[in-house]
Design a protein. Sequence first.
Length: 98
Amino acid sequence: FLSAEPIRPFSWDDDERLLGASARRQPCLWGWPSTSLLGPDFEPQVLTEEAFELLSLVENNPGVKLGSLHSAENTASIARDLLQRKLLLLEGSEGGEC
């Protein structure tokens, strides 16, 4: 498993790219649907109402771009927080999960 270059994780720093991605709710959430649940590593998670709303929209609208699902100005920051906490899985327009 040698590589010419180190593997770099995909970055979702660009709001436009993030809002253009489709998303899936992490399937390994214990206690979903609720604002208090356990994440994929069994760590306690508390969701804000906005984060819960976004995850619910993602779950009920598979394949729809994040920017089309949620009209709040802070959708990108909510999605980044959920992504960092491993509660949201994203797929960019180039394909492939990130």
